[in-house]
Design a protein around this ligand. Structure first.
Ligand code: ATP
Length: 228
């Protein structure tokens, strides 16, 4: 299996090749006056997999939103600290620019468009990308998750929970990311399905060198997958 990444447009002109892929530096997130995250720092090395563990309400999703530029949608903001991609600050960047810079996301709760077909959902994932290579990535996602290929014309709302999670991951991969943010991928899924999904993610990681940041409540699963 191989999914094409998009190095062009990813590192940008000013990136530092020696820097970690992602650096979160002393970040504070607030929703209005309400504090959600304070003083968080960590790095994701190139080709690395990092797990962020914590119970409900610890601030994991807020950190993912801070990295992906989606805090403003939730009336939140990064108030302190910095977030750097390839050594370059992306704090305050728009979400589509962050996706185009190589950061894909699999959001908590999957956020599948239930009325759309499987393939339409996947194509949404490539919206911030130039058209070149999109068809190839689509075929590669179908290779990775054959069940999505079999159900490509089916309305996504009818898929099982595990299939919807595969679809959410496939949609994230359609952006050809160098870094994939995965928010609670294991939530609500049977152990066998979780095992299957993480073995596919390992394939993506090993064969493409895609870096991953996963937030999880399931420490066993996360630590079995991540290096840090
Ligand atoms: P969960 O696993 O339940 O998603 P989490 O670790 O991802 O938890 P967050 O969802 O980031 O945690 O929540 C961190 C804190 O920020 C919580 O106190 C939460 O109530 C608050 N919070 C999250 N989203 C908002 C929002 N849109 N407006 C106000 N407060 C919020």
């Amino acid at each position: 299996m191989s999914v094409a990444t998009d190095p062009a447009g990813a590192r940008g002109d000013l990136g530092d090749a020696r820097a970690p892929l992602l650096a979160v530096d002393n970040v504070e997130v607030r929703y209005g006056v309400s504090l959600a995250v304070r003083g968080v720092s960590f790095e994701v090395p190139v080709h690395g997999a990092v797990a962020l563990l914590g119970p409900n309400g610890a601030g994991k999703t807020s950190l993912i939103r801070a990295i992906s530029g989606l805090l403003d949608v939730h009336h939140g903001a990064v108030r302190e600290g910095d977030i750097r991609l390839d050594g370059r600050s992306i704090r305050g960047w728009r979400a589509d620019r962050i996706v185009s810079s190589g950061v894909g996301q699999v959001p908590e709760g999957r956020l599948i468009f239930g009325q759309l077909s499987v393939e339409e959902n996947l194509r949404v994932g490539a919206a911030a990308r130039k058209t070149a290579g999109v068809e190839e990535t689509l075929q590669q996602v179908y290779e990775l998750f054959p069940v999505l290929g079999e159900r490509r014309s089916r309305q996504s709302g009818w898929l099982s929970g595990g299939e919807q999670q595969m679809l959410a991951i496939g949609r994230g991969l359609m952006a050809a990311p160098r870094l994939l943010l995965l928010d609670e991928v294991s939530l609500g899924l049977a152990p066998k399905v979780i095992e299957d999904i993480f073995s596919r993610l390992r394939e993506v990681r090993d064969e493409l060198g895609t870096s991953m940041l996963l937030v999880e409540q399931n420490a066993r699963v996360a630590l079995g997958f991540a290096d840090y």
